[in-house]
Design a protein around this ligand. Structure first.
Ligand code: ADP
Ligand code: ASP
Ligand code: MG
Length: 410
């Protein structure tokens, strides 16, 4: 059986016309002899609209009921596409995550896929050319609906492709993976091939074009993932195993995130075990601290600054207030107007000078850097949110991330 997995994102199924157009495209592909497993997102802004509905009822909706609600978004789109396919004479059937036995961990709103009933899919393909599956959802051991985190249909698609050992194609509203988000770096260049590790780093640092767990899973199972535009025939990007080559650019891409808050705790006693105490206190409550800097002001005084996800701000504030390390002079600042900019590239492992060039570019353009962190293949730094786009464009120029700079194989 020649099975192909295709995933279509929210904007691609944003209207009935688009759903019909995708139906045509899928039908044509079946005529080439493929059995197609289609994974869909909810239509357009449907998931956001459902979240707004929930907030209209409760400030803190139950996570179980949120998943019950959000799972309906994808149920609408899969049934509509299947109707369109059936109207065109295609033998198609839709399934929710529940019906296909997509088993996940217990955690609502951020569940992870554990197991998928492969046999159920293969049996369904005996009588159907196309199976349309609701992305983003599964069921936990209690047989309650779970969802995989925002953008999680990519992960559903990759997981299904892994189970079926099939090619995975992700169709979206851009022509592939670019050196930066085309909305922020308008002259960004399309990347023809990118390795799992670089893509993983880019998406976990904010490149929303693909869910980080989808890339992680694809890398783990060695499944190539093709990302391309739903409504254009331009070649897209292949995410796959990729050896670093000598002529490789040092920086492959740039990304940014507005999802963090910077917390500064002023006037701490400069005790040597403070950082350990503070971060283990936050870690025990699953708060994921990202960048950290410590400033020893003098022998009696130090300040600590760090970032954490905006969603954890209030929880973080409470935990810090209860932390034994605060003294009567301690003061806390929260700054939400920050952008984390990151450059990513495997070439950084063998080239030096990237950080210097980043700092030079920021200095030349009078953009102050608030914090910095590095990994083996990335450098991230925080600037005031108002500088986000300018910082991206200046780095784009400095590292030749824009079109027409004559590079090969990118
Ligand atoms: P879908 O609904 O198809 O899942 P998403 O909105 O989740 O689509 O992802 C596509 C968007 O990702 C694009 O419209 C683009 O603005 C954004 N994006 C962010 N970083 C990149 C990048 N490096 N390359 C391409 N697109 C990117
Ligand atoms: N519909 C879900 C969301 O908007 C999942 C997805 O689109 O991937 O986050
Ligand atoms: Mg998406």
């Amino acid at each position: 059986m020649n099975i192909l997995v295709q995933k279509y994102g929210g904007t691609s199924v944003g209207s009935l016309e688009k759903i019909k157009e995708i139906g045509n495209k899928i039908k044509k592909k079946t005529e080439e002899g493929y059995k197609i497993l289609v994974v869909l997102s909810a239509m357009g802004s449907a998931t956001n609209d459902l979240i707004t509905l929930a907030r209209g009822i409760s400030d803190k909706p139950s996570p179980r009921e949120m998943d019950m609600l959000l799972a309906t978004g994808e149920q609408t789109s899969i049934s509509l596409l299947t109707m369109a396919l059936i109207d065109q004479g295609c033998r198609a059937i839709s399934y929710t995550g529940y019906q296909l036995g997509i088993e996940t961990t217990a955690l609502h709103q951020n569940a992870k896929i554990k197991k998928i009933d492969q046999q159920k899919i293969l049996t369904a393909f005996e009588d159907h050319e196309v199976i349309v599956v609701a992305g983003f959802q599964g069921i936990n051991e209690q047989r309650d609906y779970t969802t995989l985190g925002r953008g999680g249909s990519d992960t559903s698609a990759v997981a299904l492709a892994c189970i079926l050992e099939a090619r995975c194609e992700i169709y979206t509203d851009v022509e592939g993976i670019f050196t930066g988000d085309p909305r922020k770096l308008p002259k960004a260049r399309k990347i023809n091939r990118i390795g799992y590790q670089e893509m993983m780093e880019l998406s976990s640092l904010g490149a929303g074009v693909i869910h980080p767990r989808a890339v992680e899973l694809a890398g783990k199972y060695g499944i190539p993932v093709y990302v391309a535009s739903t409504f254009s025939n331009s070649p897209g990007t292949m995410i796959e195993d990729k050896e670093e080559k000598m002529e490789e650019a040092v920086i492959t891409g740039i990304t940014s995130s507005l999802e963090d808050v910077q917390i500064t705790i002023h006037h701490l006693d400069p005790r040597i075990d403070h950082l350990y105490n503070l971060f283990s206190h936050l870690g025990k409550e699953n708060i994921n601290v990202d960048m950290i800097s410590q400033m020893v002001v003098n022998e009696d005084l130090m300040n600590v600054s760090f970032t954490l996800p905006k969603a954890d701000k209030e929880k973080g504030r409470k935990l810090i207030e209860q932390w034994e390390g605060v003294n009567p002079h301690t003061k806390m600042d929260f700054n939400e107007d920050i952008a984390k900019i990151s450059v990513v590239g495997l070439g950084m492992r063998s080239h030096s000078g990237v950080a210097a060039k980043v700092f030079q570019t920021m200095a030349k353009n009078h953009i102050p850097i608030k914090m910095v962190t590095t990994s083996e293949i990335s450098i991230s730094w925080v600037v005031e949110a108002r500088y986000e786009k300018e910082a991206i464009r200046r780095i784009g120029e400095a590292f030749s991330l824009e079109e027409d700079n004559g590079e090969m194989d990118r």
